[in-house]
Design a protein around this ligand. Sequence first.
Ligand code: AMP
Length: 389
Amino acid sequence: MVVIQKEKSKWYLCNPKKPKPLIKLHDKYFKPFLSEAQILAAVKSVAQKVAADYKDETPVFVGVLNGSFMFVADFLKEYQHPCEVSFIKLSSYQGLTSTGIVETLLDPPDNLEGKSVIILEDIIDSGRTLKELIHLFNNTNVKEYKIASLFYKSEVYNGEYAIDYIGIDIPDKFIVGYGLDYDELGRNLREVYQLNEKHMINLVLFGKPGAGKGTQAEFLKDQYNLKHISTGDVFRYNIKNGTELGNLAKSYMDKGDLVPDEVTIKMLQDEVEKHTDASGFIFDGFPRTVAQAKALDEFLKTKEMRIDATLALDADDEVLIQRLLERGKVSGRTDDQDESKIRNRFEEYNQKTAPLQAYYETQGKYHSVNGIGAIEDITRRLGKVIEEL
Ligand code: AMP
């Protein structure tokens, strides 16, 4: 039997090189838990153990629908000896009737007399369904029956009956995939996913203009299902639409100066308020002054939220200037096209934004990440920090 460690769950379990994003089924998010290879190895080991006990007779494998259909199919491919197959389906939540007879939606086949039956279950957790199965098969005239379950939650199983064959002992987490569903969705997934109970994550992306904050935010927001707020983008949107806020910000932005704190803080708060259902935020380009950082902390506290980490993308000034000038050619951003404006933005950064490093270091939240290299390498470096939070 394989035991899955109850250690801090690994988001990258399925393929460490290429993280799989969360999946959404109905209203909930699920993260990768068991890879297809891990599942198939467990199926094979169960099939081999059963074969060792039953290879000299012709057992009947009875799958318990709906969840076990994938397990049964793969189990049979691994079972190399004569056998029969059938399915049963129990009424989900009715349990025993007053007469002590289990209600079934699909009855066991009636030719089981004198045969050995191995019941194939996808998962045993509390043991309620197992109890129904035991009662059901106690009322048949089979030679003997055994229970095989691919997944088993030892933490919550009541232990009333012995389980004869177990594939993987898993922690008490809600899982989907490989036949198991969340409200009928997810049965067709090849891997098993686990309910993502991770609490809200709020990140500050920190770094000089051109460090790649916006580019990285685009990836991280999908990977961790976060709302990306770029104060620069919000200002540019307002300028484009000629709003009062845009007209106010434009004069500062044109010179490469920071927009006054009171304006920016208010705007940021409004953006957060618009997305109260988000499962976390990436703040990109905010805070840029200590006053903004303090205001952000206070504001988040009123919402029972907090900054979990500040991820600083480090890069050399000369590299950044070249990047910004290149970006200016395609984006049309005037503040990216003039080297003197760029240098003024760096000056603003050094004077007003750089002190934030100490502010977040004191809180133990500052993480410096090498911002030079291929985009996906930098995303991976950031992901590694996030995983360890
Ligand atoms: P960005 O797109 O982040 O490079 O921001 C472009 C410009 O928007 C900056 O140079 C500032 O003029 C203004 N801006 C963006 N975020 C802030 C902020 N947090 N505080 C003050 N000004 C900001």
